[in-house]
Design a protein around this ligand. Structure first.
Ligand code: SAH
Length: 228
C-alpha cells in the first residue's frame, strides 16, 4: 500500500502498539531494550489477518496447528529475565526452543541478541517464521532450524542464553548440558497441575534455580518422532 491510505493503516497499529508497551511498563517491564524492541516489532504481521485487530491486546492468539503466539506480557517477561543483570552482548550465543511464528525471535533480535538460533518442530510454522522475519527486515537474521528442541543444538553449543517457549514436564537434559557456565535458561515447567516460569543459572559449582511466577504455555512435545 502506498500514499495516505498506507500511512493511516500503519498509524492505527502503531498507536495500539505504543499502548501495549505502556501497559507492559505498568505491569513491571522496565528494561529499555525490551520496551524498545516491542515498540519496534509489528506484532500484527505475525498474526493471520482475521485476528489482526487483536494483535496488540495482551492475549495469546492461535497460530494454527494447535499452537499459539504467546501473550505480549509473557514475551516481555521472558526476555527481561533472560537479560537481567547482563548487557545484550553478555547474553551471547542464544538458543530459542519453539519458534512458532517468530515473534519472540524478532523481539530477542531487536533487543540486541544477534547470535541467535531458534528451533521449531512443525515445518509449516518454521517456514512461516522465516517469511515473517524476512518481511520485517531486521538487519541481522536468526538461524531457524526445523527439528526437535528437546535435543537442543549440540553442534552450536555452548549457549550463554536459552529460552524455551513451550512447557516440558522436566528440564531437558540436553539443554542443561548445552548451557555455558555463567549462562542462563528461562523456561516454563509443567508439574502436572500448573506451570511455572523458572530461571536456571549455570554456575561453576552447579545450577541455581529460581521459580518466578505462574505461566501458561503449550506443551513442549517430547516424541522421538522425526519432525513433521
Ligand atoms: N515463541 C512463540 C511461541 C510459540 S508456541 C511466540 O513467539 O509466540 C510454542 C511452539 O513450540 C509451538 O510452535 C510448538 O510447535 C513448538 N514446540 C513444541 N515442542 C517442541 C519441540 N520439542 N521442539 C521444537 N519446538 C517445539
Amino acid at each position: 500500500m502506498k500514499g495516505q491510505d498506507s500511512s493511516r493503516y500503519w498509524s492505527g497499529y502503531e498507536l495500539r502498539r505504543n499502548r501495549m508497551v505502556e501497559r507492559l511498563q505498568q505491569m513491571g517491564i522496565s528494561r529499555q531494550e525490551v520496551l524498545l524492541a516491542m515498540t519496534s516489532i509489528p506484532r500484527h504481521l505475525f498474526i493471520e489477518e482475521a485476528l489482526r485487530s487483536r494483535a496488540y491486546d495482551d492475549m495469546s492468539l492461535p497460530l494454527g496447528l494447535g499452537q499459539t503466539i504467546s501473550q505480549p506480557y509473557t514475551v516481555a517477561v521472558m526476555t527481561q529475565l533472560l537479560m537481567a543483570d547482563r548487557t545484550a552482548a553478555q547474553c551471547g550465543r542464544t538458543l530459542e526452543i519453539g519458534t512458532g511464528c517468530g515473534y519472540q525471535t524478532a523481539v530477542l533480535q531487536a533487543a540486541g541478541l544477534h547470535d541467535l538460533f531458534s528451533i521449531e518442530r512443525l515445518r509449516p510454522l518454521c517456514e512461516r517464521a522465516k517469511k515473517n522475519l524476512r518481511a520485517i527486515g531486521l538487519p541481522t537474521f536468526a538461524r531457524l532450524i526445523c527439528g526437535d528442541g528437546y535435543l537442543g543444538l549440540e553442534q552450536q553449543a555452548p549457549f550463554n542464553s536459552i529460552i524455551v517457549t513451550a512447557a516440558p514436564r522436566e528440564v531437558p537434559v540436553a539443554l542443561l548440558q548445552q548451557l555455558a557456565i555463567g549462562g542462563r535458561m528461562v523456561l516454563p515447567l509443567d508439574d502436572g497441575n500448573a506451570q511455572f516460569l523458572w530461571v536456571i543459572d549455570k554456575t561453576p559449582s552447579g545450577f541455581r534455580e529460581t521459580c518466578v511466577q505462574q505461566a501458561l504455555f503449550v506443551p513442549l512435545v517430547n516424541d522421538k518422532m522425526p519432525p513433521m
